[in-house]
Design a protein around this ligand. Structure first.
Ligand code: NAD
Length: 289
C-alpha cells in the first residue's frame, strides 16, 4: 500500500495562518508587532535565498521581519556588536544568525552571544540545555519543531514508539531526538559511525532522516507502516532536489512519508514564525510587573 503524503506545504500554511492571528492579537495588545532580525554574513547563494524568504514570509504574517545582510569580510567583533545592539533593542523579539558562517567567524562565539530569550533557532546552550533536561520554557531549533508538528498532524502515536534519528547535528539530529524523547518515544540516534544503519532503520516506527546524503536510506530499510520524515535536502546528479530517503521505494512500505521538496522545508520557516511570536509573548509576560 502506498504511503499517505505528509504535506508540509499545506501544514505550514495552517501554521502561518495561526501565527498571523496570534501576531494580530499581540500587535493590538502591545502596540507593536513581534520583531524578527535575520542576520546574514556573506553571499552564499543558498543562504541569501533562505534569509530573503525568512524576511518575506515573516512580513507576510505581520511580523516585522528584517534582513541584516553584512559583507563577507565582517569581523567577529563587528558581528558581536550588532548582536549586542539587537539584544538590547526592545522591539526585537527574535534573532536568527544564518549558518554556516564564513570560516573566520567562530560559530560558538556568535551563537552564545544571542540573548537566550531571543534565540528563535534554539541554538544557544541555555536553550539546548533546557531541551536536553526536558524542561519547558526554552526555544528549540525550528526544523525539528516543524518535524514534530508534521508527526502531530499525522496523528502518529509517539509514546512507546521506536524512533530512529539519522544524524546528530546540533541543528537537526540531536534536538529532534530530544523532542521525540520528550514525547516518550524510545529513541536511537544514528550517525556516520553507526554500524549496520539498515538494521537500525528497519526497527523504526518513526524514522527521521537528517544525514544530508542523497538516497542514503533505501526502500527496504523502512519498516512496514512506519512514518518517514525526510529532512535531507540534496542535489542529485541531474541537479534535482532530493531527500535522504529513496522516496518512491519507501512509499511502498511506509504509512506516512514527507516528500522533498514540500515536506520538512516549508515547516522550518513556519516554525521560525511561531517561535518569534512565542518569544515576543514570553518577553512581554516577563516585563509585566
Ligand atoms: P550536518 O552535516 O551538520 O549533519 C549530518 C549528520 O548526519 C551528522 O551527524 C553525520 O554524522 C550524519 N551522517 C552523515 N553521513 C551519514 C551516513 N552515511 N550514515 C549515517 N549518518 C550520517 O547536517 P544538518 O545541518 O544536520 O542537515 C542534515 C540535512 O538536512 C542536510 O541535507 C540539510 O540540507 C538538511 N536540512 C534541511 C532543513 C529543512 O528545512 N528541510 C533544515 C536543516 C537541514
Amino acid at each position: 500500500m502506498a504511503a499517505k503524503i505528509l504535506d508540509g506545504k499545506a501544514i505550514a500554511q495552517k501554521v502561518r495562518d495561526e501565527v498571523r492571528e496570534g501576531v494580530a492579537r499581540f500587535a493590538a495588545a502591545h502596540g507593536r508587532p513581534p520583531g524578527l532580525e535575520v542576520v546574514l554574513v556573506g553571499e552564499d547563494p543558498a543562504s541569501v535565498t533562505h534569509t530573503r524568504s525568512k524576511e518575506r514570509v515573516s512580513n507576510e504574517v505581520g511580523i516585522r521581519g528584517r534582513l541584516r545582510a553584512l559583507p563577507a569580510g565582517t569581523t567577529e567583533a563587528e558581528l558581536l556588536a550588532l548582536i549586542a545592539e539587537l539584544n538590547a533593542d526592545d522591539a526585537v523579539d527574535g534573532i536568527l544568525v544564518q549558518l554556516p558562517l564564513p570560516e573566520h567567524l567562530r560559530e560558538h562565539a556568535v551563537l552564545d552571544a544571542i540573548a537566550p530569550a531571543k534565540d528563535v533557532d534554539g541554538l544557544h546552550p541555555v536553550n539546548a540545555g533546557l531541551l536536553a533536561l526536558g524542561r519547558p520554557g526554552g526555544l528549540a531549533p525550528c526544523t525539528p519543531v516543524g518535524c514534530m508538528r508534521l508527526l502531530a498532524e499525522a496523528g502518529v502515536e509517539l509514546a512507546g514508539a521506536r524512533a530512529v534519528v539519522v544524524g546528530r547535528s546540533h541543528l537537526v539530529g540531536r534536538p529532534m531526538a530530544q523532542l521525540l524523547l520528550a514525547q516518550h518515544a524510545t529513541v536511537a540516534i544514528a550517525h556516520s559511525r553507526t554500524r549496520d544503519l539498515r538494521a537500525i532503520c528497519r526497527e523504526a516506527d518513526v524514522l527521521v532522516a537528517a544525514a544530508g546524503k542523497a538516497k542514503l536510506i533505501g526502500g527496504d530499510w523502512i519498516k512496514e507502516g512506519a512514518t518517514v520524515i525526510d529532512v535531507g535536502m540534496n542535489r542529485d546528479d541531474a541537479g534535482k532536489l532530493v531527500g535522504d530517503v529513496d522516496f518512491e521505494a519507501a512509499r511502498e512500505r511506509a504509512a506516512w512519508i514527507t516528500p522533498v521538496p514540500g515536506g520538512v522545508g516549508p515547516m522550518t520557516i513556519a516554525s521560525l514564525l511561531e517561535a518569534t511570536l512565542r518569544a515576543a509573548e514570553a518577553r512581554v509576560a516577563k516585563q509585566r510587573p
